[in-house]
Write a protein that binds this ligand. Structure first.
Ligand code: ADP
Ligand code: MG
Length: 189
């Protein structure tokens, strides 16, 4: 097994072992810090995944964004090319379970949006380092997305998911900001 794969599995096991109390406590701090951040406040359009049960919840972040009149766009995976297309949505009947059971916008009921029109992109991941490099879920979807994304990138993680250095491959791309339950880190990206 590759080093990345081992690290990924180890961290996913750790996260799934957190108690509901610990998880909610971390989650609330991540959400509060994000919605209070200047990049969130300044963003008119936010690209954000619809979280699965294993990920830090994104629903209350979306609620807050909608309350503030912001536009929410979520990705749909194009499995064949391992790319993503973002769509603007604002009602639960516009999303459905797609790739790997992940909830995604229904193209027929939503409006596609280009990466250039997304001001702030939330980048999910399993492990991050202080330079913003990440280990994702292994599909390379965000490495492809970030290759031509020019807006602000931000990730949410608990302190335990943040390490000094992650093994990097030439296609891996870093995020600009990382929010943990304790701090916001501006990476060297
Ligand atoms: N921009 C890209 N163009 C082509 N292939 C890519 C690109 N980015 C990533 N990949 C491929 O996607 C696969 C998964 O990438 P990896 O970095 O291991 O996963 P993740 O970032 O999800 O943890 C790798 O085999 C990698 O070669
Ligand atoms: Mg990668």
């Amino acid at each position: 097994m590759s080093e990345k794969k081992m690290l990924r599995q180890h961290m996913l096991t750790y996260i799934s072992g957190l108690s509901e109390f610990e998880r909610k406590n971390i989650e609330e701090k991540l959400q509060n810090q994000l919605v209070a951040s200047p990049v969130f406040q300044q963003a008119a359009t936010i690209g954000i995944t619809i979280s699965t049960a294993q990920e830090w919840a994104t629903s209350s972040i979306m609620e807050k964004a909608w309350e503030e009149g912001k536009i929410i766009a979520s990705p749909k995976c194009i499995v064949k090319t391992k790319e993503m297309q973002y769509y603007v949505w604002n009602q639960l009947d516009q999303i459905e379970a797609g790739y790997a059971g992940i909830k995604e916008p229904i193209p027929e009921k939503t409006t596609p949006i280009a990466p250039a029109d997304i001001d702030l992109l939330l980048v999910p991941g399993v492990i991050f380092d202080k330079d913003g490099y990440r280990i994702g879920y292994g599909g390379g979807y965000y490495d492809r997305m970030l290759a031509d994304y020019k807006g602000v990138t931000i990730s949410l993680c608990t302190e335990k998911q943040l390490v000094d250095r992650i093994p990097r491959e030439s296609h891996d791309l870093p995020v600009e900001l990382i929010i943990t339950e304790k701090r916001t880190i501006k990476t060297s990206k």
